[in-house]
Write a protein that binds this ligand. Structure first.
Ligand code: COA
Length: 221
């Protein structure tokens, strides 16, 4: 999962071994300074996703999950900017996510406003895996199960019928992201393993935290 830059840290021997979910919990405990902070309500405006030609009044006030479309690229770019520590990609990149990779992406829309987005793809060398690139939930809509719902929605798609593993990368400090994937592993009755994949010094020139490759699976759904 791409996230923002932070001072580099040297890699430890953890880097070379897969961590079990239990070990990962210990990593958390070492890094946590107290209770989980509540997501702050945000005054930021929600990106407007132009409504479809025939909006369904039956969906008024409901959060709808659907495949992204070309018109969502720019609102997605605005939403990601409101969701630190995610890296902001170019609008062009988001447009490609919403077109070429739409079958493995989800937007969550409420009355024409884009409240959450998940991008992903099936890696060409791993057709049995779904790589989750970014998950962004607007701060006003967090802690309601939306992040988890979007990924479970993707797993139900025909395009993901062959998926046996969820993959993503997470920095050690991104507690919400670890929380999300640990929760998914539990719900899907699957193992969760992780190891450093993109190292702070070796791959980010010390300008970004190391990214751990996290693998959940084999999936039981
Ligand atoms: C991470 C993020 C997508 C989670 O979205 P969300 O809709 O609030 O998550 P959900 O409500 O679906 O929660 C799923 C699980 O993650 C856990 N979780 C959510 N936020 C958490 C936090 N701040 N700390 C620890 N665990 C957290 C929840 O407890 C839940 O576990 P449970 O099912 O056992 O109760 C959201 O916080 C976000 O957009 N953050 C900013 C961008 C980011 O870091 N993206 C990377 C995401 S993988």
């Amino acid at each position: 999962m791409s996230s923002s830059r932070s001072p580099g840290k040297s890699h430890s021997k953890d880097d070379h071994h897969l961590l079990s979910a239990k070990t990962q919990d210990k990593v958390f405990l070492r890094n946590s300074a107290g209770d989980r902070p509540k997501s702050p309500a945000s005054p930021d405006k929600l990106p407007l996703s132009p409504p479809p030609a025939r909006a369904d009044p039956a969906n008024a006030g409901k959060i709808i999950l659907r495949e992204p479309a070309r018109r969502d690229g720019y609102p997605v770019n605005q939403l990601v900017a409101l969701c630190p520590p995610l890296d902001k990609n170019s609008t062009y990149c988001n447009l490609l996510q919403c077109t070429d990779f739409s079958s493995t992406g989800v937007v969550a829309e409420l009355d024409g406003r884009l409240v959450a987005f998940t991008s992903g793809y099936i890696p060409p060398a791993q057709p049995d895996a779904l790589f989750i690139w970014q998950v962004a939930v607007h701060s006003d809509y967090r802690d309601q199960g939306l992040g988890k719902k979007m990924i479970r929605h993707l797993l139900e798609r025909k395009s993901c019928a062959s998926v046996q593993y969820l993959r993503t990368t997470i920095t050690k400090s991104n507690r919400p992201s670890w929380g999300l994937f640990q929760s998914l592993a539990k719900t899907l009755n699957s193992e969760i393993l992780s190891q450093v994949y993109f190292d702070s010094e070796r791959h980010f020139g010390g300008e970004h935290e190391s990214e751990y490759m996290v693998v959940v699976g084999p999936l039981k759904r």
